[in-house]
Design a protein around this ligand. Structure first.
Ligand code: C5P
Length: 237
């Protein structure tokens, strides 16, 4: 994975609500990030045509982050459709066991399936209310779910940069690690909880970092992307 250039390790989260805004950010950032992430907000607003629109505006890699979570047959159908759209990466939840993930992997075609382990907006205090066994910590739950994702045939997982090192050590260089919850030292944290800097995420073994607000809300998004790429470069050096 070290052959990926620093900027290509950045996945920009297109968390906007219209095709026009998405097209504007794609055209602006296409030479400064490696992939564009279409998530729930944009996909629900713009529909599948958004994938074509991102490509037409210069976006090469597409991460379709719809976090599938349903019975295996439904997930299989959804994944088949996602693959037909040409998404490079697609997410499925890991929290309900391997059958759902196996169904996703079976229907993925050329798309790579990532298992979402524990949302980066969740900290240990929220576990009791979410019905998660009190013996788990975020780190141990991520490891538990990563094992399940690996066994189900997922190409990798989504976790926070705080857990990336343990996953990398356990599963070696070929298991993809994608980490959201990334902030530069002076960025607002917002609703994220398990946050690290781009330097820490990549140093800890992340292949790709997902960045939304720190670029989208910056006065100069290109400059923010360049600063992030600069941190990544230091981490891989
Ligand atoms: O704006 P911010 O950088 O916090 O955006 C993070 C992006 O990563 C959002 O699009 C969010 O849906 C996504 N994400 C996350 N935590 C996960 C998986 C995806 O924050 N575990």
């Amino acid at each position: 994975m070290s052959s990926i250039s620093p900027k290509d390790r950045i996945i920009f989260a297109l968390d906007v609500s219209s095709v026009n805004e998405a097209a504007r950010f794609t055209a602006l950032l296409k030479d400064h990030v490696g992939m564009f992430k279409v998530g729930l907000e944009l996909f629900v607003a713009a529909g599948p045509a958004i994938i074509k629109a991102v490509r037409e505006n210069g976006g090469r890699g597409i991460f379709l982050d719809l976090k599938f979570h349903d019975i295996p047959e439904t997930v299989k159908g959804a994944m088949r459709s996602a693959s037909t759209l040409g998404a490079d990466l697609v997410t499925v939840h890991t929290s309900d066991g391997q059958a759902m993930m196996k169904a996703a992997v079976e229907a993925a075609g050329a798309s790579r399936v990532l298992g979402v382990t524990v949302l980066t907006s969740l900290s240990a205090d929220a576990f009791p209310e979410a019905g998660i066994d009190k013996n788990f910590t975020p780190a141990s739950l991520v490891l538990h779910r990563a094992k399940s994702a690996k066994e189900a045939g997922c190409a990798g997982i989504v976790c926070s940069g705080q857990e990336a090192r343990a996953i990398r050590d356990e599963y070696g260089p070929d298991f993809l690690i994608v980490t959201p919850g990334v902030r530069l030292a002076d960025d607002a944290i917002g609703d994220q909880k398990r946050v690290v800097t781009p330097f820490e995420a990549v140093k800890n073994g992340a292949d790709y970092i997902v960045v939304g607000r720190p670029i989208r809300k910056a006065a100069d998004p290109i400059e923010a992307a360049k600063r992030i790429a600069g941190e990544i470069e230091k981490a891989v050096r």
